[in-house]
Design a protein around this ligand. Structure first.
Ligand SMILES: *[C@@H]1O[C@H](CO)[C@@H](O)[C@H](O)[C@H]1NC(C)=O
Ligand SMILES: *[C@@H]1O[C@H](CO)[C@@H](O)[C@H](O)[C@H]1NC(C)=O
Ligand SMILES: *[C@@H]1O[C@H](CO)[C@@H](O)[C@H](O)[C@H]1NC(C)=O
Ligand SMILES: *[C@@H]1O[C@H](CO)[C@@H](O)[C@H](O)[C@H]1NC(C)=O
Length: 487
């Protein structure tokens, strides 16, 4: 569709304009912030004026530090350096446009970005709390229209909030300070859009309910990644999680922000949406490069392994962020999910991936190539070329039929708890599997497909009736075919 590219470009341009405005507003408000905080602080602190002034000064300092963390994430041009950015900032002396700043921090941007806003949250129903941490609370909700979303809010009972109030005695200022983590996440989610990053649906910020500085991030809803459950899933599903992760890391290695490292790399930072892996926590994403003088400055330390990377002529550790991500993917995901029960045709390819990622021998491009190669083989069935074609001649096929009154047996790892339901590339692979199960005398290609497009086949010992079923095919072993009758 030619119109598609056009509207994508228009959307990109719009995002660019909004980000430009955000940058200049943030810079101006960093400079003018001191004036604003006075208004709400004088009410809460009575007593020693001097102590009060110093507390306030310290909080303002913290707030400004947080703002400064966000500004580089809004840099519009990858080529732009910190120096040139700040030089430009100093020469620019535009007055602060409060109406626009308010529109962004307190109000709606729906008109510009087609996003959800505070209005979308009216009459929502909370379903469950998905998690609560030092900083944030994540809640599953259904919006008034029934749409499920996840909300991230400041955790009022969290450690960050508690410590800040203890230090600065200013709940409102603290809420604003803690909210910066959410604001940073909003900016990161806008800049790092990818199928394997959770989708930002909008946000609500403002003085609703008299609680200033409050920010709510509205996200697509996912299911927390359950490693235990995943360990018991078919290899195809475990491979999918690893492939999605590698696709994500490939994107992060050359993102609009540069090469991004995930500093807190844990399965709990991820969710799945319809089986697709998505990074949901961007708190600890960092695009900072490590500067160095010698190779020894470029050491990656892990509990059981240390690696030393090259220090480039420009004085930065080459590929440090990328390699950190790869090794974390290896130790938290691949070791658990990939080798176990890999299809026989892939074991050497999987072993190769395990070794090259576990030893950090491959960069993310080569790792992605290796994964995509496996996917291609898996989809095309090329890895099954050594199965004898004659194998299928042992079976009688009945098309447009299903079975009832099945005597099932269980196999592992099955897509169904009761029987033996596995994915196959073709009837030939199913016949090969049936021959290798002593209890198997017939199988059905159900017409359902897995995410790779492979067919779901159900294997059984026997059945009592054939029933018409337009989408499926029944294969019965010729030698040991049980008595059957058509209904
Ligand atoms: C806080 O200080 C401002 C300016 O001095 C004053 O107008 C306002 O009434 C004060 N607020 C309270 C609650 O004392
Ligand atoms: C990694 O390096 C640290 C610091 O030099 C050292 O203490 C640790 O023993 C090393 N670990 C391994 C597994 O070599
Ligand atoms: C990679 O292969 C080498 C040589 O076979 C072996 O010594 C090493 O332990 C392997 N490393 C990993 C992480 O599997
Ligand atoms: C990795 O692939 C990307 C394109 O997908 C390319 O721009 C980049 O230069 C490659 N990096 C290396 C080290 O080959």
């Amino acid at each position: 569709m030619p119109g598609m590219g056009h509207s994508l470009r228009a959307a990109a341009l719009l995002a660019f304009v909004v980000l430009s405005i955000l940058v200049s507003l943030l810079i101006s408000s960093v400079q003018q912030f001191g004036a604003g905080i006075y208004h709400f602080s004088n009410a809460t602190v009575a007593g020693d004026e001097e102590e009060f002034a110093s507390l306030r000064g310290a909080l303002i300092y913290q707030l400004n530090q947080r703002r400064k963390e966000i500004i580089p994430l809004l840099l519009l041009d990858r080529e732009e350096t910190w120096e040139s950015f700040y030089q430009r900032d100093q020469t620019q002396d535009s007055p602060l446009d409060y109406s626009l700043w308010n529109e962004i921090t307190h109000g709606s941007r729906k008109a510009h970005m087609d996003e959800m806003d505070c209005q979308s949250l009216v009459d929502m129903q909370a379903v469950e709390v998905l998690g609560s941490g030092y900083t944030k609370l994540v809640v599953k909700v259904n919006l008034a229209g029934g749409q499920p979303v996840a909300l991230k809010l400041v955790n009022e009972q969290g450690i960050d909030m508690g410590k800040c109030v203890e230090d600065f005695k200013d709940p409102r200022g603290c809420r604003e300070l803690v909210s910066y983590k959410l604001k940073k996440e909003i900016v990161l989610l806008q800049r790092l859009q990818h199928p394997n990053v959770i989708k930002l649906k909008g946000h609500c910020a403002g003085d609703a309910g008299g609680e200033g500085g409050k920010v709510t991030v509205i996200l697509e809803q996912g299911n927390p990644l359950q490693m235990i459950q995943l360990l018991q899933s078919p290899w195809e599903d475990r491979f999918r999680v690893c492939l999605d992760l590698v696709r994500l890391l490939h994107f992060l290695s050359q993102s609009p922000l540069g090469s991004v490292a995930l500093l807190d790399f844990q399965p709990r930072q991820f969710v799945t949406v319809s089986g697709e892996l998505k990074l949901t926590d961007l708190d600890d994403a960092s695009a900072e490069e490590t500067s160095c003088q010698t190779h020894a400055d470029c050491t990656l330390q892990f509990p059981h392994r240390n690696f030393t990377l090259p220090c480039s002529a420009q004085g930065v550790c080459e590929g440090l962020n990328e390699k950190r991500n790869i090794y974390n993917a290896y130790r938290y995901f691949f070791t658990y999910l990939l080798p176990h029960q890999a299809p026989p045709g892939f074991t050497h390819l999987v072993d190769h991936i395990m070794n090259s990622t576990g030893e950090l021998k491959a960069d993310i491009n080569h790792t992605l190539e290796a994964f995509e190669h496996i996917l291609l083989l898996y989809k095309s069935g090329l890895h099954l070329d050594n199965l004898p074609p004659s194998i299928i001649r042992d079976y009688t096929v009945m098309r447009g039929m299903g079975t009832s009154g099945d005597t099932e047996y269980r196999c592992w790892p099955s897509y169904s708890q009761q029987g033996c339901l596995l994915s196959v590339h073709s009837a030939r692979e199913a016949a090969f599997i049936c021959n290798s199960h002593s209890q198997c005398n017939s199988f059905t290609l159900t017409g359902q497909k897995t995410w790779t497009g492979r067919l779901l086949a159900s294997f059984r010992s026997s059945f009592s009736h054939l029933v018409p079923d337009g989408t499926s095919e029944v294969y019965v072993k010729k030698t040991k075919a049980p008595e059957t009758s058509t209904v």
